[in-house]
Write a protein that binds this ligand. Structure first.
Ligand SMILES: N[C@H](CCC[C@H](N)C(=O)O)C(=O)O
Length: 278
């Protein structure tokens, strides 16, 4: 099976062009196998680029643990880059079908290839039942999340996939590796949750690290950055247009007056290969 390795701000996935490749039945097991950083290709998960009846392509995204997610922000930018660079579509504004609906993307070229992508990520989902979370509030804003020995103040937002955002004075491993895994599987989140930790540099600039549902710490999380930008506004900590610094790079977020969230960031193709594994 031919694949392409790509990343958006260091959030790296194995991409398979399903216009050309046929996959095994058990895609979840394939996602686990290819993601293994020692025995597989090594990635945060697997992303399928498929034909669509209502868009230039359809994206399906699987985390490293094989779980399928509704949406992937860094992934959809790379899907758009792949679709343009590999001639599946020719125009510089693309539509990609995702679990969060059909998204519209604008491509920026460096030479003849895509370097940056601006995505209309759609409107945040703030209704607790749809996030979903059992915490009070639509959405929970600075709500108490009991973690046994400690409690957090969290804000919950969905971008098609669920996010739990905690603002901290200083980002460190205690939050990401100590608290993150507990938040991911907390009973207040029936579908589990992505756990973002945010340090406010200024009202227009945030630093973020993330413990992702199904993948652990990643270098960046596009939907998490969108959700964090929304949470910053809801909690009065940041403005509607923010630059977010992540370990793998920067993303520009704007929660527009239209209620849509726009994300601009890089999309990089690293190499192409052939998977001959199980
Ligand atoms: N782990 C996420 C999916 C990947 C999201 C992230 N990599 C992004 O760029 O949005 C979830 O299970 O909802």
């Amino acid at each position: 099976m031919k694949f392409t390795k790509m990343h958006g701000a260091g959030n790296d996935y194995v991409y398979v062009n399903c216009f050309e490749e046929t996959l095994p039945e058990d895609i979840a097991s394939l996602a686990v196998a290819v993601s293994d950083r020692h025995k597989g290709i090594g990635s945060d998960g697997l992303i399928l680029i498929c034909p669509s009846e209502k868009a230039d392509a359809r994206m399906r995204m699987f985390n490293a643990d094989g779980s399928e997610s509704e949406m992937c922000g860094n992934g959809v930018r790379c899907v758009a880059k792949y679709v343009y660079d590999h001639g599946i579509a020719k125009q510089q504004t693309l539509k990609i079908e995702t679990g969060a609906g059909v998204l519209h993307l604008d491509l920026e070229l460096a030479g003849s290839r895509v370097s940056q992508v601006r995505v209309n990520m759609g409107k945040p989902i703030l209704n607790s039942a749809e996030i979903p979370t059992l915490l009070p509030g639509d959405p929970p804003v600075d709500a108490e999340l009991e973690l046994g020995d400690q409690s957090l103040k969290v804000t919950c937002v969905s971008m098609g996939n669920p996010h739990c955002i905690t603002f901290v004075d200083e980002l460190n491993d205690h939050w990401v590796h100590g608290v993150g895994p507990k938040v991911e599987v907390h009973p207040m989140f029936p579908n589990r949750v992505n756990a973002e930790f945010i340090e406010v540099v200024s009202p227009a600039e945030l630093k973020m690290r993330v413990w992702e549902r199904g993948s652990g710490e990643t270098q960046a999380c596009g939907t998490g950055a969108c959700a964090s930008a929304v949470a910053g506004v809801l909690t009065g900590r940041s403005e509607r247009n923010v630059l977010i610094h992540l370990p793998g790079g920067d993303l520009r977020l704007e929660w527009a007056d239209s209620d849509e969230v726009f994300m601009t960031g890089p999309a990089v193709e690293v190499y192409q290969g052939v998977w001959t594994g199980p």
